[in-house]
Design a protein around this ligand. Structure first.
Ligand SMILES: [Zn+2]
Length: 317
């Protein structure tokens, strides 16, 4: 028997979602529902500096408001689907990688990282030089004695990771050249997003990941980790982003487009209609529910180009 398609919503409770988050959530849901698959909700609240528990139920409620549902994952009182409750799984994955001899402490300060890293990786991020990879035990001890607390990096091979994105097509990256040894655990003990998301998708049996293309460049790292940890690699499909008139992607600072503001001025059907029109799923704006769009979903219509959102007059829609 083949496994059912399982997709996921993975929002961060660092504030109210905005229109761009709803765009991604709606399309992820439509993709999975159009394939007859199931959805899971996971709260990515790993970063205690950014995330607040109070936002978690609000996120779920905002997804429901739009008309989206999920079959498993977070529900009120089930915090085992919050990353902040899943540290033991990340610790286990970390230990498994450590056991392969791939993990090492990095003592670099921010300034040292800037000085020692190549300026650009494939996504404009800095590529770590591997400066701390070859430190001897004595050198490590000396740095520890200075009171430096290390972050933990994984040594990546000179290996080309290739995959076919469900929307962006064939992709490939040489981990050592385009990304470099990346962080698995921060110096304050918090596990890094790359490790957590890999362990979660693997353990939760997620086999279809639909998300914004801003995460396309981290996909090879996740695929490589999945293979190291013995998980089945999901199919990845990356979405275009919603951008503001100035061409930058919508962010939580666009207050008038956060769900709290939207809920005061418009209806979920209008928001869904607006997003479906922006996604190319319908030709003319109409108020519509997500369920009515399942038959309209296709990746050809969604395409790859980011969408610009000008000021929206909800009352006149
Ligand atoms: Zn270092």
């Amino acid at each position: 028997m083949t496994k059912p398609i399982r997709g996921r919503f993975a929002p961060s409770p660092s504030g109210r979602m905005h229109l761009g988050n709803l765009f991604a959530a709606l399309l992820a849901w439509l993709d999975v529902r159009s394939l007859g698959g199931e959805m899971l909700l996971r709260m990515e609240d790993l970063d205690p500096d950014r995330c607040k528990p109070a936002y978690t139920p609000q996120l779920a409620e905002d997804l429901r408001w739009l008309g989206l549902d999920w079959d498993l994952g977070w529900q009120e009182g089930q915090d085992e689907y919050c990353q902040s409750y899943r540290t033991e799984f990340y610790a286990e994955a970390f230990r498994a990688l450590e056991g392969e001899g791939l993990v090492y402490p990095c003592y670099c300060s921010r300034k040292e990282l800037l000085a020692a890293s190549a300026p650009h990786g494939s996504d404009g991020a800095r590529v770590y030089s591997g400066r701390c990879r070859g430190l001897s035990p004595a050198e490590r001890a000396a740095l520890e004695a200075q009171g430096r607390r290390p972050a933990w990096r994984i040594a990546v091979p000179e290996e080309t990771i290739s995959f076919t994105d469900g929307n962006f097509g064939p992709q490939s990256e040489v981990l050592s050249r385009d990304c470099g040894d990346f962080i698995l655990r921060r110096s304050d003990g918090v596990y890094a997003y790359q490790l957590a998301v890999t362990a979660d998708d693997g353990l939760m049996g997620v086999n279809r990941v639909v998300r914004g293309w801003d995460l396309l460049s981290s996909t090879p790292r996740q695929i490589w980790l999945m293979e190291r940890l013995g998980y089945a690699v999901p199919t990845y499909c990356h979405l275009p982003l919603l951008c503001s008139g100035e061409g930058r992607r919508l962010a939580k600072r666009d207050r008038d487009l956060d769900v709290g503001a939207l809920r005061r001025v418009t209806t979920p059907e209008k928001v869904t209609g607006f997003l479906a029109r922006a996604a190319g799923l319908i030709d003319r704006f109409e108020a519509v529910s997500p369920r009515e769009l399942i038959g309209e979903f296709s990746w050809e219509r969604v395409g790859r180009a980011d969408r610009v959102v000008e000021e929206i007059d909800w009352a006149s829609l």
